[in-house]
Design a protein around this ligand. Sequence first.
Ligand SMILES: Cc1cc2nc3c(=O)[nH]c(=O)nc-3n(C[C@H](O)[C@H](O)[C@H](O)COP(=O)(O)O)c2cc1C
Length: 279
Amino acid sequence: MDDDVHLARMAKTLSFQTIFPRPEVRQVAPIPNPGDAQRMALPERHPQVLRQLETRKSVTHFQPGRPMPLEDVRALAYYASQAPSSSNLQHWRFLALVDPDQKNLLRGYALGQRKVSDCSAVFVVLADLRAVDEMARLTDAAIRANIFGEDMRETWNRLADNYRDEQVNRDEALRSAALASMNLMTAAHALGYVSGPVGGFNADGVSKAFGIPSHHLVSLIICVGHEGEGNWTKKPRKPVDEILFIDRMRPGSQASLPSRSEQSLGLQRIDGGGQRGMG
Ligand SMILES: Cc1cc2nc3c(=O)[nH]c(=O)nc-3n(C[C@H](O)[C@H](O)[C@H](O)COP(=O)(O)O)c2cc1C
């Protein structure tokens, strides 16, 4: 079946609107193409890493029938797991599908999106809601590795109390899984693959079809493989001036002048902001 028709049909049955709510119609400023004025001057430090971040794009069309060696599947999980996580609980789990039948099965629960079956390997990124149960084991591992001393055992183990709140527990698990997801896509790019994240899926259906325990949330599906034809180039990003705030957040105000270091990075004018976090 044609992909678009399939998507439209699935969208109805899966109440697609709740996944991708219809955006409010409003006037927005045009976003300049990042290829020219927006692009940062590449600093001398770690230029390859920064170029990789800049050139990764989301791919829709993959070359079908190109298997991925299992050592690459393992490498991607390894680099993904280098991400930081809340209290180092490492909430992520990866279900990697390389078998064509398994990928096809998943496609049925992912709005029929062709990329899911065409790519070389699909990673279902899961967030373990019971990760905190392993706090004692992870604390012990850190002490044995001399990261910190025995005196920290109780303090660190007490961090587990933070996760008793269901919302906090869920947020931290999904945050951590999201960071691992980004690492996985960056690593894929560095290894010469392309990737496509997929958030349009029926989480219950995926969990049932693949025997995923109920305490694992399906966070994201990531298709990885070789680029086919007909993909869009990377889409424009909002200018840094629009998304970066320094020291405080005052919408509509651009009072601050760029510091010397910001000028050397090619930023024009910026304003203030802040952030919060936990453990
Ligand atoms: C959480 C999330 C969910 C996404 N879901 C889908 C999806 O279901 N189908 C799809 O084709 N692209 C999906 N995308 C890809 C986005 O459309 C894409 O990252 C965005 O348009 C920017 O593309 P670019 O990085 O190539 O510029 C998703 C991306 C994210 C981060």
